[in-house]
Design a protein around this ligand. Sequence first.
Ligand SMILES: Nc1ncnc2c1ncn2[C@@H]1O[C@H](COP(=O)(O)OP(=O)(O)O)[C@@H](O)[C@H]1O
Ligand SMILES: [Mg+2]
Length: 235
Amino acid sequence: MLELKNLAVSYGAIHALHGISLAVPAGGIVTLIGSNGAGKSTTLRTISGLVKPLSGEILYEGRNIAGLPPHEIVKRGLSQVPEGRMIFANLTVHENLMMGAYLQHDKAVIRQELALVFATFPRLQEREQQVAGTLSGGEQQMLAIGRALMSRPKFLMLDEPSLGIAPLLVKTIFEKIVEINRERGITILLVEQNANRALEISQFGYVLETGRIILSDTSAALRQNPQVRSAYLGG
Ligand SMILES: Nc1ncnc2c1ncn2[C@@H]1O[C@H](COP(=O)(O)OP(=O)(O)O)[C@@H](O)[C@H]1O
Ligand SMILES: [Mg+2]
C-alpha cells in the first residue's frame, strides 16, 4: 500500500534520512523502531507532506505522492497522529475531533465518523464537552487518534503513541491500535521507542539508526534478534 524508495531528507545541512526504503502492505501493522534522533518522526512527517524530501519516492497505492501538499495527502486517505499529541488544549474534545474532519463537508458523514470514534473511545464521548487541556495524557492520546480517524483514513501513522503515558493506559492504547486495524481495516505504520509492545502487535518491523534502515524482518524475528534485544528491548 505504501512504499518508500531511497527517501532522503535534510534540514539544511543536517541529513536526517540517507535514502531509506520500506514497505507497508495493505491491512497490516508495520513498526519502525529506533532511538531518539534516528529519523522516525522525519519519516512520518515526510510521508504526510509536512517535510519535502531531497530525493526518492513515496508510492501510495502505486502513485508517487512525494511533494504533494499535506491536505492532498489527507484527502487520499493518509492521516498522522503526531508525536506529543498536539491537541488544541483550549478547545473541547468535540471541537478537537471536528478539526480532524476539516476536509469533510457532508454532515451525515461527520456524524457517522464521530459515532465510530466514540465506539472505539467511549471515554471521549463521556468527556465530549471537556476542555482538552484538562484530559490526562492517555486521554489526550486517545483524542489525537480520534482526531486522525475523523478524516476517514485508509492508512494511519502513529508517532510514539505510548510516550509519556501511564502504563495502564499504554496497554489500552495498543489494544485500540489493534482494534482500529482489525475492525476497521485501517493499515498502520507505527513508530515507537517502546519496541517490545510495538513488535508484539505488528507483523513486520524496521530498525532505523541515524537515518538508515539497519535491520528489517518479521516482528517475531526482530524480538529474538540479539542486536535488537540489547539495544531496544532492555537485553
Ligand atoms: N525541524 C528540524 N530542523 C533541524 N533538524 C531537525 C528538525 N527536526 C529534526 N531534526 C533532526 O533530524 C534528525 C532526526 O530527527 P527526528 O526525525 O525527530 O528523530 P526521531 O523521531 O527518531 O527522534 C535529528 O538529528 C534531529 O535533530
Ligand atoms: Mg520523533
